[in-house]
Design a protein around this ligand. Structure first.
Ligand SMILES: [Zn+2]
Length: 338
């Protein structure tokens, strides 16, 4: 419009105006491009494709074992193993969750776990821990040290004491002694000041959050950490950026805030969740945020066991059951009220 109008005043002016218009368009293109990067930075367009199945014998892997509405996550490299959580669930049954965990470990020939990290004291994370200690040799047990009075936790702590199993409390800033070359294990949460729920430390919010890094690839394992823990990690300036995220609290809407996800920028998201669970996990809101982040979303209720393997540069995902993206992005519906 401006160029047309100025055309009346003569060719020279129009030429100048056209040049200006081109400059403005050029500037606009740059601004729009910058806005797109800001809006969609780390969004699906820039998410790396998965590598073909990595079979490198020195690969590092995270196995989200399908134990129903619970967590049991195995880390492995060079036939050396460690376990994060050993959960049980009432639904479908405790025995089924434990059988699945043991069958999985046995199938790999696991005899010893270098460490057992318990993210927090809820039954769906520690239910099988005592039996794990009885069945496998365990190097060290780590947890957040929150005093918990459940019979399951008390029995577990008593056994650790009686059997003289090395036990250590960890919090942000600590490192877990890595049994693998080139793998670092950094604890990012809970902060030294635990998050309180009234006069007691909040169980979920004080989950131990650990980042495992093998060369250039990182995994962020969040237990059941929720919004307050995510906020505390952001405030503390923790380096949250990771390629693979084990979604907090089984994909609950109480976790995985946009701010937190923006800091993590995961290319692969794994949700450990039970089929038809009574909480309706994973919830709609976090799933919608995950879809904006990446197309590589996996969940144990549909995919079965999920294994994310890396050679330290690229990563691949293997699932027990066929993976159908269109299915995994649909939220669960909570069981109808009786
Ligand atoms: Zn849980």
């Amino acid at each position: 419009m401006a160029a047309k109008k100025s055309g009346r005043s003569g060719g020279r002016r129009r030429k100048k105006s056209n040049k200006m218009q081109k400059q403005i368009v050029g500037i606009l293109v740059v601004i729009v491009a910058a806005a797109c990067i800001l809006l969609f930075g780390g969004a699906p367009g820039s998410v790396p494709e998965l590598a073909p199945l990595i079979t490198d014998e020195h690969a590092f892997a995270m196995h989200a074992i399908d134990v129903g509405q619970a967590d049991a996550i195995l880390l492995s490299k060079d036939n050396t193993y460690a376990l994060i959580d050993a959960g049980e669930t009432m639904s479908p049954s405790e025995r089924e969750a434990q059988d699945k965990l043991f069958a999985y470990l046995d199938s790999l020939g696991v005899k010893r776990l270098e460490f057992l990290l318990l993210t927090h004291q809820d039954y769906d994370h520690i239910g099988s821990a005592l039996d794990v200690l009885k069945r496998y040799e365990v190097g060290t047990v780590y947890d957040n040290g929150v005093t918990h009075t459940s019979a399951t936790y008390e029995k577990l702590m008593q056994y650790i004491l009686e059997e003289d199993i090395p036990y250590r409390v960890v919090s942000a800033g600590d490192t877990i002694s890595s049994p693998w070359n080139d793998v670092t294990l950094n604890v990012l949460s809970p902060q030294k000041d635990l998050i309180m729920s009234g006069s007691r430390p909040d169980i979920n919010e004080n989950s131990v959050v650990m980042k495992a890094t093998y060369r250039n690839v990182s995994y962020l394992l969040t237990g059941d950490a929720e919004k307050k823990a995510e906020e505390a990690m952001l405030d503390a300036g923790e380096d949250l950026n990771a390629d693979i995220l084990k979604a907090g609290h089984h994909g609950s809407s109480t976790s995985s805030t946009q701010k937190f996800l923006n800091a993590v920028r995961p290319a692969v998201i794994v949700i450990s969740v039970g089929e038809g669970n009574e909480y309706g996990h994973p919830h709609k809101e976090p799933l919608e945020r995950f879809v904006q982040m990446t197309k590589h979303i996996y969940r144990t209720d549909m995919d079965g066991d999920v294994v994310v393997t890396t050679d330290g540069e690229v990563y691949s995902v293997a699932t027990r059951k066929p993976h159908v993206y269109e299915n995994v992005i649909v939220p669960n519906q909570p069981a109808a009220e009786a």
